[in-house]
Write a protein that binds this ligand. Structure first.
Ligand code: ADP
Ligand code: MG
Length: 386
């Protein structure tokens, strides 16, 4: 039979909107040493809005062989392969005075006559047309932006959703991509590491990610046409939750499909210790296993040491098994497998139905700080039983 303390504990927790599914969960939650969090919708509110629309000026990106341009490090370089405007080959700093002799040629001068607003609308049109086929929070934010700008959307052929990376399709018979660096890499589009020749795109990109923004590239017919950023507000109580966990000697992780710099920026602002970025939805489970293994390895070592000391002191009978567990907290979008792999899966109630099912604990009001309360409750109940 379930000890009374467990039943009472589960009942009391429920009054605070913390649904603990069974006694075993309560026991595990009382033994947590690591808390891993999903980023989007868990540490953040999960409601991104479009922030910047940065247009990559074609007139700046179309270069001629042997043209000399300044890269973002301020070095003068010679363009070797103008057919691939992202590829800085033969990067060879020149003496500054040599620059004066160089005639800078531009192809497509006529493009300059298109005004920026039109180009911006064109980029949003392509992007939103593609995003209109997805119901990712990023997609919803972009379609909303297009709507606000009264932009009509185009139909898309051969639409493909590349999970954790972005979208692909055909508009006006050309391939359109919207997504992150990893999508660009898969599609052999020279990524941001190599876009020095795209005017100041590299600089802008670095600026955006250092601000913790999610950055999406819009590629049309093999050319990066724009960088669009989205911001997702960090939940008011994220930092407090992390602080409380640290006080309880619980170490923290954040898992996300977003890029490393954006992820680190978010983690840093709430005080999370460890970041695992560029994690595809189906890899989140593996990452939880990785954390569990790291922890059990540490504990095994600690356990052995303890045992030796206790043997010397002749207190062998006093060895108590004190295993520690990993809690994973997610909103359930893409993270149901990780929720079930963790020793304790905590689903934020605002999440999807599947998360409510996979979570061992459900936080009804989507109140992140209740993670701390759930662990404290469990600790209390478990010490009472022992
Ligand atoms: P998270 O792990 O933060 O919840 P996802 O795994 O859903 O995020 O997505 C990871 C990354 O894939 C996003 O940060 C974005 O760069 C890209 N991505 C996903 N969906 C889209 C989309 N509809 N449009 C553009 N990019 C997308
Ligand atoms: Mg999420």
């Amino acid at each position: 039979a379930t000890p009374t303390a467990v039943t009472v504990g589960i009942g009391r927790a429920a009054e605070y909107g913390i649904l603990i599914k069974n006694g075993e969960t309560l026991e595990n939650a009382g033994n947590i040493s690591v808390a891993a969090f999903d980023k989007t919708g868990t540490i953040t509110e999960g409601k991104p809005v479009v922030d910047d629309i940065f247009i990559i000026d074609e007139t700046e990106s179309i270069l001629k062989r042997n043209e000399v341009i300044k890269n973002t490090n301020g070095e003068w370089i010679v363009v070797d392969d103008p057919s691939v405007p992202g590829k800085p080959v033969n990067v060879e700093p020149l003496k500054n005075n040599a620059v004066n002799d160089v005639n800078i040629h531009r192809e497509n001068e006529s493009l300059k006559e298109l005004n920026t607003e039109d180009i911006e609308k064109e980029v949003i049109k392509l992007l939103a047309s593609l995003e209109n086929n997805s119901n990712h929070p990023i997609a919803k934010a972009i379609v909303k932006k297009a709507d606000e700008l009264n932009i009509n959307l185009e139909s898309v052929n051969n639409f493909e959703n590349v999970t954790g990376k972005g979208l692909k399709g055909e508009i006006f018979g050309k391939i359109v991509l919207a997504g992150n660096n990893s999508l660009l890499k898969d599609e052999n589009i020279p990524d941001t590491e190599n876009i020095v020749t795209y005017s100041n795109a590299q600089e802008k990109y670095n600026e955006f990610i250092s601000q913790g923004k999610t950055t999406i590239f819009l590629v049309y017919d093999n050319h990066i046409k724009g960088i669009i950023t989205l911001v997702d507000k960090i939940r008011d109580n994220s930092k407090r939750t992390i602080d409380e966990l640290h006080k309880m000697n619980i170490s923290t992780y954040m898992l996300t499909g977003d890029n490393e710099k954006t992820a680190k920026n978010v983690a840093e602002s709430v005080g999370i210790d460890n970041v695992m970025a560029n994690v595809l939805p189906n890899e989140k489970l593996d990452k939880v296993v990785e954390i569990q293994n790291q922890e059990s390895f540490k504990q095994e070592k600690e356990g052995k040491l303890k045992k030796e000391i206790e043997t010397i002191e002749g207190k062998i009978e006093g060895i108590k098994k004190n295993s520690k567990e990993v809690v994973f907290v997610g909103d359930g979008i893409n993270d149901a497998p990780a929720l079930s792999q963790a020793n304790v899966g905590v689903a934020l109630g605002s999440g999807t139905d599947i998360a409510m099912e996979s979570g061992d604990i459900v936080l009804m009001e989507g109140n992140l700080e209740n993670v701390v309360a759930a662990i404290q409750f469990s600790n209390k109940v478990m010490t009472r039983i022992k």
